[in-house]
Design a protein around this ligand. Structure first.
Ligand code: ROI
Length: 160
């Protein structure tokens, strides 16, 4: 079975634009997986602990034969490859890859929660996701288009 899955990318250290672009290249190279599309890059103030640099975020759409846990392992491999050390919660990071959605799968395990727990509340996830999947329905039936209106236009700046 091939599944459509969406990955959130974020970085605010060590040349964040390059980190996100390198991560998109790495996603395109994953086994049994195709990079179908990706959103523009967006800049935003840090959510949570504000005392850190602005973030660059994007979202990628993949078509994959990998199971969710195996995909998660691959994502952690890319994070590690790009110099990520397990840093403080809410702190700055070289590269964060979040498994946002995997088909319509709803799952809560020790390793993984699907859909990603913060998805609906985060402008830096919802806005790029809506750019590439404007008609998407979340597994609970929420239309993504309903969520985009909840964020202020200055929450995010679209770069390219
Ligand atoms: N804030 C923004 N704007 N973008 C992120 O990717 C991001 N990632 C995080 C926290 C620290 C929650 N804040 C963020 O992990």
């Amino acid at each position: 079975m091939k599944y459509t899955t969406y990955i959130g990318l974020g970085s605010n250290l060590d040349n964040p634009i390059k980190q996100v672009n390198d991560a998109l290249d790495a996603l395109a190279d994953l086994p049994d997986t195709t990079l179908v599309n990706h959103a523009s890059l967006y800049q935003s103030a840090a959510m949570g602990n504000m005392d850190q640099p602005h973030y660059i975020n994007s979202v990628a759409e993949l078509a994959t034969h990998l199971q969710p846990e195996d995909l998660l392992t691959e994502l952690q491999g890319i994070e590690n490859q790009q110099g990520r050390v397990r840093e403080e919660r809410w702190g700055p990071r070289t590269l964060d890859l979040d498994l946002l959605l995997y088909g319509d799968v709803v799952l809560e395990s020790e390793q993984l929660t699907l859909p990603h727990y913060g998805l609906k509340q985060r402008a830096f996830v919802v806005v790029p996701l809506a750019e590439i999947a404007p008609d998407l329905l979340l597994p609970d039936g929420t239309a993504l288009a309903e969520l985009t209106g909840l964020f202020a236009s200055d929450d995010l700046r679209r770069l390219c």
